[in-house]
Design a binder for this molecule. Structure first.
Ligand SMILES: *[C@@H]1O[C@H](CO)[C@@H](O)[C@H](O)[C@H]1NC(C)=O
Ligand SMILES: *[C@@H]1O[C@H](CO)[C@@H](O)[C@H](O)[C@H]1NC(C)=O
Ligand SMILES: *[C@@H]1O[C@H](CO)[C@@H](O)[C@H](O)[C@H]1NC(C)=O
Length: 469
């Protein structure tokens, strides 16, 4: 929609001026003057804020104005990293630009905005005719089920009546929703934490989070990460129904791929390597590489409901016999992320059936091995959600594909049912049908004789296995 925004005369002038600019400060001043010249009736709600800033700093107006400009330059530069190509040209000419791809939509304003919490509305004032834009700030746009839990945020860009500021902030706002699929650690990392890192890391911690569909438990679960990415308290619009002025804003989070960070993608320069480094610092994790304990520690992700290991005890005995020290991760144990992250970081091997718990592999030290048990019908999801990302995490990856006999579906449906013989035909009936069968309706009786071979392989990958005979 914003692609169609026409450049006004002022904006075209700004672009042309840009080419001539020698000094950024000079240009900014020129732009400000131009802006004023083209919009005589424009009332700047931020003037009072400048005044207040100068009062805080002992009334030394000049130095404040200078510092203000430098700060704004820096922020503009950082905001600009979040757009490329046409989007960047649009940002440079209008101060506002949205980019939408398959998974996420991100809007950037590199000029003052007002976040009115009363109305879930963000005002991006300009002289242009008003345009309304609705954004659901959660990085799973392609999934209507997730998006049902994400409240749209209204952005009004253009010449419009503005509320006055109740509070002024001097860093950009980052507006995102903690709705969607929170409650599932894969989704929490995939759609929120990694995109948040991608979107904000280059700001240092000079942004302020405005979290819609606010979930207090989620904010406290990820408190360490949130407080390293922003040095300010998060704003919950539902509780703080006031108008907040920011020097810029990002609405929505940039998403790359499943548990992925792409070094060459926007904003550029961050990879899974950097994210893992960030996690190690944030959670005080001791091990960069697999620890050299007497016995390698194996963490077994224990699912209580679906895709449950029916013979977990037998599996543990086999693992012990192979020379592993075993930790069983139950959902209860996983709920305290601060503690659980350290526990995972002390392990050499992670074993689990396809499921969210495997996303905890981001805390594994490099050189560790992840063994994914692939249930019937879930080959594609297993490989794409965890197999690919593991390599990027410098975690070695093994798959154990179960046979029909190891799936509880065999006894539920009988060995000749299409559910067993032809999973594809079930998926053709629709994802919800297939999900009820393969994702929610199946448990696993592991053949430990065969599974042992995979774990021997894991031992070898750790470089620790001395054949018994
Ligand atoms: C609203 O946010 C402002 C700015 O962070 C803060 O000073 C104020 O105490 C908050 N009010 C409420 C009711 O939380
Ligand atoms: C990373 O991003 C670049 C630039 O957008 C793209 O060409 C490349 O294919 C991406 N890499 C992966 C692994 O997705
Ligand atoms: C378990 O796997 C082994 C090795 O692949 C095989 O010989 C054996 O028949 C399997 N056991 C069962 C009960 O299927």
């Amino acid at each position: 929609m914003f692609n169609k925004l026409q450049n006004s005369g002022k904006d075209r002038l700004k672009v042309e001026m840009g080419k001539e600019c020698k000094s950024l400060v000079f240009c900014l001043l020129t732009f400000t003057l131009l802006y004023a010249a083209f919009s005589p009736s424009y009332i700047n709600p931020f003037d009072t804020w400048k005044q207040r800033l100068s009062n805080w700093n002992g009334g030394n107006q000049n130095s404040i104005v200078d510092r203000g400009i430098e700060e704004k330059d820096g922020q503009k530069f950082l905001l600009r990293r979040l757009v490329r190509g046409e989007d960047r040209i649009r940002l440079d000419s209008t101060g506002f630009s949205c980019n939408s791809d398959f998974h996420s939509e991100v809007c950037i304003a590199d000029k003052p905005v007002i976040v009115d919490n009363n109305e879930q509305t963000i005002y991006v004032p300009s002289t242009e005719t008003q345009a309304k834009h609705m954004v659901q700030p959660y990085a799973l746009k392609d999934d209507p089920t997730a998006m049902k839990y994400v409240t749209p945020v209204k952005i009004l860009h253009g010449n419009t009546h503005l509320p006055s500021c109740d509070f002024n902030h001097n860093v950009p706002a980052v507006v995102f929703s903690s709705g969607g699929f929170t409650g599932n650690i894969f989704h929490e990392l995939n759609e929120l934490i990694i995109p948040l890192f991608i979107t904000c890391r280059h700001f240092g911690s000079n942004v302020r989070f405005v979290i819609t569909d606010f979930k207090p438990w989620w904010v406290s679960k990820y408190n360490r990460i949130l407080s390293r990415l922003s040095r300010f308290e998060v704003l919950n619009p539902a509780e703080n129904g006031t108008a907040h002025c920011f020097p810029g804003a990002i609405v929505g989070l940039k998403y790359h791929d499943n548990l992925a960070l792409n070094y060459s993608e926007i904003p550029g320069g961050y990879s899974m390597f950097d994210f893992k480094h960030f996690l190690r610092e944030t959670y005080d994790l001791k091990h960069r590489d697999v620890p050299n304990t007497e016995k390698p520690v194996l963490i077994l992700i224990s699912r209580p409901n679906s895709r449950r290991f029916l013979n977990e005890r037998e599996m543990k005995e086999m693992m012990k016999e192979l020379g592993f020290q075993i930790i069983v991760a139950t959902p209860n144990r996983m709920s305290n992320l601060d503690k659980f992250a350290s526990l995972v970081n002390s392990c050499s091997v992670m074993v689990g059936a396809h499921g969210a718990g495997l996303a905890n592999s981001v805390f594994l030290p490099s050189g560790a091995v992840m063994v994914q048990v692939v249930p019937l019908g879930l080959e594609w999801a297993s490989t794409n959600y965890f197999g690919g990302p593991a390599t990027e995490m410098e975690v070695k990856y093994l798959e154990y594909k179960i046979t029909a006999e190891e799936s509880s579906l065999s006894s539920t449906y009988g060995p000749d049912d299409p559910v067993i013989k032809d999973p594809e035909s079930i998926f053709l009936k629709g994802y919800h049908v297939a999900r009820d069968v393969y994702v929610h309706g199946q448990n696993l009786q592991i053949n430990v004789t065969r599974f042992r071979e995979t774990l021997v392989e894991a031992m070898k990958l750790l470089g620790r296995y001395e054949p018994l005979k």
